[in-house]
Structures are given as structure tokens and as C-alpha cells.
Design a protein around this ligand. Sequence first.
Ligand code: NAG
Length: 245
Amino acid sequence: MRTTTAVLSLLAATFAAAAPPPKGGVTPDPYEAIHQASYLLASLLDTKQYSRLGEAMTDDIVYDSRPLGAYGGLSNGLAETTKNIAAAFGDALNEHQVGNALIKFNNREATSANVSTYLTWTRWDPANLHDITKTFRIFERCDDLFVVDPKDGRWKLKYSLVVNQGPQVEAPYFPRDWKKQGGDKHDGDKQDGHEDDGDNDGDDKHDGEQGGGCDGEQKDGDKHDNDKHDGGKHDGDKKDDGCDE
Ligand SMILES: *[C@@H]1O[C@H](CO)[C@@H](O)[C@H](O)[C@H]1NC(C)=O
């Protein structure tokens, strides 16, 4: 009985010493808190909630993506960074896939950390899917500094240096006649709701079907379609149904 009481009072003292959890929630450990800050930033960017970027970036954020050349730049401070991001994203669809994060705390209080994150940024401009300045994918590494913002106690991005992991910016693959096939996921077509189901219902973006009478053939020069009679304009095949680009 006496032991139980002692343990309980010790536990009570331990909890009293720790920072109180937010109302109705748990406090993640600092590693997970940094992950969550990173994911929040990606989510705010991809949903274009620019007015909320201050929840994931400090007021004095320095965002340096100059190594991306024409696809990047240098921004100083939250206002300028927000403005430049909004301009860079425009009306396009954007997705940030946040992957590996290596976290190294760099002060004794564990309120500041070097974070190297690998992420993939894809920008799709549905009206310009074959213009690599408007539709592209970049495999980035971000060498970041995350800190606990004294303003509100949240982990935030304070500095970021973004580099391209690949040799250059990539063009996501889309069939040239994608628009003609009605494959636009925003066209309101409720036919089946499955984009990847391998059927031939004309909604599919990713099922490998070319549709439109092109019988699965790729373009001239495709080395992976196992079709020796590829409908390319240089192979002498006169019956290619006009599917060449
Ligand atoms: C954090 O990054 C800075 C700047 O690159 C570097 O000088 C420092 O050694 C790093 N600290 C840790 C703990 O990795």
C-alpha cells in the first residue's frame, strides 16, 4: 500500500514536470513532431493554403532552391516565400511526397534540428501536360533547419536548401492523345471511379491502355512494347491508324 502510494506520487511528479499535452491530444516526440511539421507544410502547399504557411515556416524563413535553376529561386522571409510559392504553383496541381528524413538535433535543448529530407515535387498543368516548364517532376533533397518557434511552440522550417537529386527535371509520362481519350480525372465522369483498374473505360490514366484504336502501341521508337510492327512512321507500316505523333 505504501509502495503503491509512493509510485503514484512519483508518477504524478513526473507528469507535472513534463510539458502539458495540448487539450484533447497527445504530444508527439520531437522526431515525430518534425515529421508532422514537414507533412503539414507539404499539405498546406498542395492545397494552396498559403495564408497558413506561418504554421509550418518561421517568419524569418530563408528558402533557397536556386540549385534548381529556372525551377527555383531564393526567398527571404515568410511574406516573400509565400508570394514566390504562390507564383510558382499558379493554377497547377501540385504534390509533395515527403520521404526519408534524417534528423539531427543541434542544440542541448533539442529545439533545433538539421533535417535532410528527400522529397518528390510533381507539378501538373492539365492544359500543358507536355510542356516541361509547366508539368514536371523533381526528385529533391532538402537540407533544412527546423526549430521550435518560441511564438507558439511549434516545430517549423527556418531554412531550406533544395537541390535536385537527378541530372535534370523530369517530364511525367502522358500519352500524347490523353486529352482526346477523356482521361481527365476532373471531367466529372462518374463511370466507375477507378483510374488504375486496367479496364478500357476511357477514364484510365495509368492502366497502360492507349485507347482510341491505337491497340496498345506506343510511339515510334518505343523499345519496350514487344511489338515489332510498331506503328511508327519509319517502320514501313502503312496501317497504323494514324496513331503516330
Ligand atoms: C547542422 O548544420 C550546420 C550547417 O550545415 C552544421 O554546421 C552543423 O554541424 C550541423 N549539425 C549537426 C548536429 O549535424
